[in-house]
Design a protein around this ligand. Structure first.
Ligand code: NAP
Ligand code: MG
Length: 454
């Protein structure tokens, strides 16, 4: 195995950087460093640990633009989106910097004494993240893990290691002690798999595809590792006839095509009440066909390239299924993994584009008859991550939101991810929740102590 990882810029197909490639030996070293750092990190007073995380926030703030540029070039994101994502990274660390001092237990009345609980860190946690939101998803895991007193080994996707590697340098600058944060930039099949099987890793927090999630759950079973899985999605926009159709048409493209559709939350099925289908489609068409696809570093760009040639082929395969095209936007020609935003109009509810995650800018429109049909259709998938409901009827909005089997939903909005609210999936979109106060549950064990007073 060659010992360097060649990092490609998806907008140009040129080499962006070359970094050392971590394999199983580097993972073992990283786990040993994390294990060595754990006792002292855990033993810090809550106030001291909070102080270290606040220092990290300050350093990240002063490198906001640099990190955004790395992410924009390595992942092909519009620079404005990349700035927003790094903003969320900072907000996530700021939010969890308050957590060490708020990790409370319970006191429980029992006969003959007193019982109380503590929240103990797990030890070394392994964090495996995908290429679509490289540093954001890493922060969702790292911040609560560190706040709770764990040390971490982070494995970024081999396509997008640069922001994580730079982050580790900035953490050192912020005087996060050596060994608390370790980054191993290597392939999933070697570095990732070693992290999953390593006996000194207490937990794997994984974000990625459902198929890799299955193999991680199976691998982690050997050592009874704790596992949380944030997996794929096939989320729905449910547009009722009584919705503000202008608002829905304005926002649906953002929910479907943000990050070029390479978003686990992508609302990639657009379900529309049949009585307004034609009107809604005529409102949607100009919004989709005018999406500006191009250079991620141009501030007017709304959509960048896909991450790789392989991803582009996989997305393109959905156009080979013979499903009618409703309309398409345009994309640059030439170097870069470009793909035009595309809306398909399948007639069959079992069409592949209605069932499988595309993870690219191809979405499907399907009419529904009434509320019951809408819910049935929205739930007709193995996934349950996200979705949007568009209606002016508040009672209906709530009924439908309760009936859709999905971890995260928004009403009259295309986005529902907030640092303070839980994020995660139902069904084969995974288990466990990130963000919000409960994310700390995923990085702690509850210890119950009985103290005899007799
Ligand atoms: P992926 O192929 O599942 O890879 C995710 C991560 O797992 C990468 O770091 C990958 O490493 C690693 N990996 C691959 N095989 C592994 C193995 N056998 N053992 C351990 N680690 C392994 O996913 P992706 O293609 O990067 O990302 C797209 C998927 O992520 C989509 O399905 C999307 O829905 C999902 N996603 C979910 C969420 C969520 O929060 N629910 C958020 C974002 C993305 P290498 O790539 O370096 O080989
Ligand atoms: Mg992959």
């Amino acid at each position: 195995m060659p010992d360097s990882l060649v990092v490609i810029e998806p907008a140009t197909e040129a080499v962006l950087d070359t970094v050392p490639r971590a394999g199983t030996a580097e993972v073992d070293e990283a786990v040993a460093r994390a294990r060595g750092a754990f006792p002292a990190w855990r033993a810090l007073t809550p106030a001291a640990r909070a102080e270290r995380l606040r220092a990290l926030v300050v350093v990240l703030e002063s490198h906001h633009e640099e990190l955004a540029l790395i992410e924009a070039r390595n992942a092909g994101k519009p620079i404005g989106d990349a700035r927003g994502e790094i903003g969320m990274v900072i907000e996530t660390f700021r939010y969890y910097a308050a957590a060490p001092e708020r990790l409370l237990g319970d006191t429980i009345p029992v006969a003959g004494g007193q019982a109380f609980t503590f929240r103990e860190p797990l030890g070394v946690v392994g964090l495996i993240v995908p290429w679509n939101f490289p540093l954001t998803i890493a922060a969702w895991k790292l911040a609560p893990a560190l706040a709770a007193g764990n040390t971490a080994v982070l494995k970024p996707a081999e396509l997008t290691p640069l922001s994580a590697l730079r982050f580790a340098e900035l953490a050192a600058e912020a005087a996060i002690p050596d060994g608390v944060i370790n980054v191993v930039a290597g392939p999933g099949s070697t570095a990732g798999a070693r992290l999953v099987e390593h006996p000194d890793v207490a937990k794997i927090a994984f974000t990625g595809s459902t198929s890799v999630g299955r193999s991680i759950a199976a691998g982690a079973a050997q050592t009874i590792k704790r596992v949380t899985l944030e997996l794929g999605g096939k989320s729905a926009n449910v547009v009722f006839a009584d919705a503000d159709l202008e608002l829905a048409a304005e926002q649906v493209p953002g929910g479907a095509f943000a990050n070029a559709g390479q978003d686990c939350c992508a609302r990639s099925r657009i379900l529309v009440e049949e009585s307004v289908l034609d009107r809604f489609m005529s409102l949607l068409e100009p919004r989709v066909t005018s999406i500006r696809v191009g250079d991620p570093l141009d501030p007017s760009t709304e959509m960048g390239p896909l991450i790789s040639a392989g991803q582009r082929d996989s997305v393109a395969s959905f156009l080979d299924d013979g499903v009618p095209v409703a309309f398409r936007g345009s994309a640059p020609e030439g170097d870069g993994y470009w793909f035009a935003p595309t809306v398909l109009a399948p007639t069959d509810r079992d069409a592949r584009v209605m069932q499988e995650e595309v993870f690219g800018p191809v979405v499907a429109v399907m009419p529904f008859r009434d509320e019951e049909d809408a819910v049935q259709l929205a739930n007709d998938t193995i996934y349950g991550l996200s979705g949007s409901i568009w209606t002016r009827d508040g009672a209906r909005a709530l009924r439908v939101a309760r009936a859709i089997d999905s971890g995260v939903l928004s009403i009259n909005s295309n986005n529902s991810v907030r640092v303070a609210t839980p994020f995660g999936g139902f069904k084969q979109s995974g288990y466990g929740r990130e963000l919000g106060p409960r994310a700390l549950d995923a990085y702690t064990e509850v210890k119950s102590i009985y103290y005899s007073t007799s």
